[in-house]
Design a protein around this ligand. Structure first.
Ligand SMILES: [Zn+2]
Length: 161
């Protein structure tokens, strides 16, 4: 599924949110929930530095949407995100019935970058979204922005080394 030029501003906002997370000492991930009419409904960035490693933005947006949107609104909404949903977030996205996912960098790309940086493998297998949630339409990666995301991850992990 193709990413339209009109969607790039949402993805740029995800990159900004990822940079905000990095500045706050957290891993650089950011996500934006957009309604069917193009309105930004909610946004968040990673908050795992507190010690709760489940505080991913896509998980927060799934739970926000369950509390604030009707099933029809959720199905028509799109989640834009700096990195492809992990299996936990893909499952939450599917369980609450959200619509399309558009990501800048794939889990496969991220895994490659982190391996190059010597970061230990995560405790959860980095399955692609369709393997976890086969009914969810997915688009990405977005080459125009992937290098920016890669640079944020490099800064995060090299800064800690
Ligand atoms: Zn996640």
């Amino acid at each position: 599924m193709v990413v339209k030029d009109a969607e790039l501003p949402y993805l740029r906002r995800c990159v900004e949110l990822a940079a905000e997370a990095l500045e706050a000492g957290d891993e650089p991930f950011g996500s934006v929930l957009v309604g069917a009419d193009g309105t930004v409904l909610a946004e968040d960035h990673n908050r795992v530095a507190s010690g709760d490693r489940t505080r991913h933005p896509e998980f927060e947006l799934a739970r926000w949407s369950a509390a604030h949107l009707t099933p029809e609104e959720r199905a028509a909404a799109t989640v834009y995100t700096s990195g492809e949903h992990c299996p936990m977030c893909a499952a939450a996205h599917a369980w609450v019935g959200l619509g399309r996912i558009v990501y800048v960098a794939s889990s496969e790309q991220l895994g490659g970058w982190l391996a190059e940086l010597g970061v230990p493998a995560p405790p959860v297998r980095p399955l692609a979204v369709p393997e976890v949630a086969p009914g969810v339409p997915v688009a990405g990666p977005v080459p125009e922005l992937t290098e920016e995301i890669r640079a944020l991850h490099r800064r995060f992990h090299q800064g800690r080394a």
